[in-house]
Design a protein around this ligand. Structure first.
Ligand SMILES: NC(=O)c1ccc[n+]([C@@H]2O[C@H](COP(=O)([O-])OP(=O)(O)OC[C@H]3O[C@@H](n4cnc5c(N)ncnc54)[C@H](OP(=O)(O)O)[C@@H]3O)[C@@H](O)[C@H]2O)c1
Length: 336
């Protein structure tokens, strides 16, 4: 299979048009199956996926160790094609509690040292702070990544969930390859000022939550039981009346998917791919079955009429509920 590629930013790496987000293999979406997770990473590499996204705080290093194991046990050629996108900065306690963010230069280098060890890698391809540290100017955090680039430990600077002003300040400090941010049919906020800014500055978007964390995948139902440690158990969009209204949008989308002979997840991913060559969706598949479904979206071409019909079925502002609960929304520079 020949994988379509896209380039991150003007100076960044060429990556597969779909990246694999590995978070759910360790954390936030309930129980995961380690053997199936590793098989999914291997299958993704085999299919030509090159971009693997993780965070050092996804189950406190568990996700990086998992990726490290998957790479160690992959054939050499597959291992060498992998590009690692790593987030840092989120602090955790021994009980898993969240304890703020640390973007001080010394902390950035410390985080990187541990990540390289866990991943079994000699460099990280794109390195980014997950949320800005309100006590540390972005110039200092990005400046520390730039030093790691000079030393050969990192290749490119990335950003995560920041707004237009922070993007400009970061880009004035060092070249930025991509901004990682939530973007989907039901999370369109970046179209106001963030996307115009990244496009002006030649920065790509690695889009997460393209399936709204499963909500618009076509596989989620109102009677699904979620464990207390599942992000979705606390997400406003998955609660009560909001959930029912959002699942009505999915049914409207399902009609269009059926007309086209594709799945709901595929039409949602194809919509994101159709928004521009600068958009690289990060797919949260954690089984080979879901991966295969997601990769099928690469063959789904949506014409202008189909895109308009999708917009009509799922209008930009139709979603019920914010994308995070209030305390987490308050940490999003991108929502200011
Ligand atoms: N920068 C940030 O702030 C940030 C935040 C969140 C995530 N991320 C990154 O972005 C990645 C993707 O985010 P996400 O996992 O929330 O995205 P997502 O793709 O919107 O959601 C993944 C969820 O959708 C469900 N799903 C149903 N059908 C699927 C299919 N065909 N393919 C894939 N998933 C399907 C999966 O559930 P089942 O497995 O239960 O079927 C999974 O729990 C993460 O892994 C992480 O690396 C970054």
């Amino acid at each position: 299979m020949t994988m379509r590629t896209r380039t991150l930013g003007t100076n960044g790496p060429q990556v597969s048009a779909l990246g694999l987000g590995c978070m759910g293999m360790s954390a936030l979406y309930g129980e995961a199956d380690r053997t199936e997770s590793i098989a999914t990473i291997h299958a993704a590499l085999e299919a030509g996926v090159t971009l693997l996204d993780t965070g050092d705080f996804y189950a406190m290093g568990h996700n990086e160790l998992l990726i490290g194991e998957a790479l160690r046990t992959a054939p050499a050629a597959r291992r060498e094609q992998a590009l690692l996108s790593v987030k840092f900065g989120a602090l955790r306690g021994p009980g898993g509690e969240w304890a703020g963010y640390d973007g001080r230069p010394a902390a950035v280098k410390n985080f990187a040292a541990y990540s390289l060890q866990r991943l079994g890698a000699d460099h990280i391809d794109v390195y980014r702070i997950a949320r800005i540290d309100p006590d540390v100017p972005i110039e200092e955090t990005v400046g520390a990544i730039a030093e790691l680039i000079e030393q050969g430990y990192v290749r490119h600077v990335g950003l995560s969930e920041v707004g237009a002003e922070t993007i400009r300040r970061a880009a004035a400090t060092a070249p930025v390859a991509d901004l990682q941010i939530e973007y989907s049919l039901i999370s369109r906020g970046i179209e106001r000022s963030i996307l115009p800014t990244t496009r002006e500055l030649g920065i790509s978007i690695t889009a997460y939550g393209v399936l709204a964390r499963g909500l618009i995948s076509g596989h989620f139902s109102a009677d699904r039981r979620l464990g207390a440690n599942d992000f979705r158990a606390h997400s406003p969009r998955f609660q009560g009346d909001n959930l029912r209204r959002n699942l009505d949008l999915v049914e409207a989308l399902r009609k269009l998917a059926e007309q086209k002979g594709v799945s709901v997840a595929q039409i949602a991913i194809a919509w994101a791919l159709a928004q521009g060559e600068d958009i690289v969706p990060l797919i949260g598949a954690r089984s080979r079955e879901r991966l295969t479904e997601s990769l099928g979206a690469l063959d789904v071409v949506l014409d202008a009429d189909e895109l308009a019909a999708i917009e009509e079925a799922v209008p930009a502002d139709a979603v019920a509920g914010e994308r995070y609960a209030a305390p987490q929304m308050a940490m999003l520079d991108s929502e200011r």
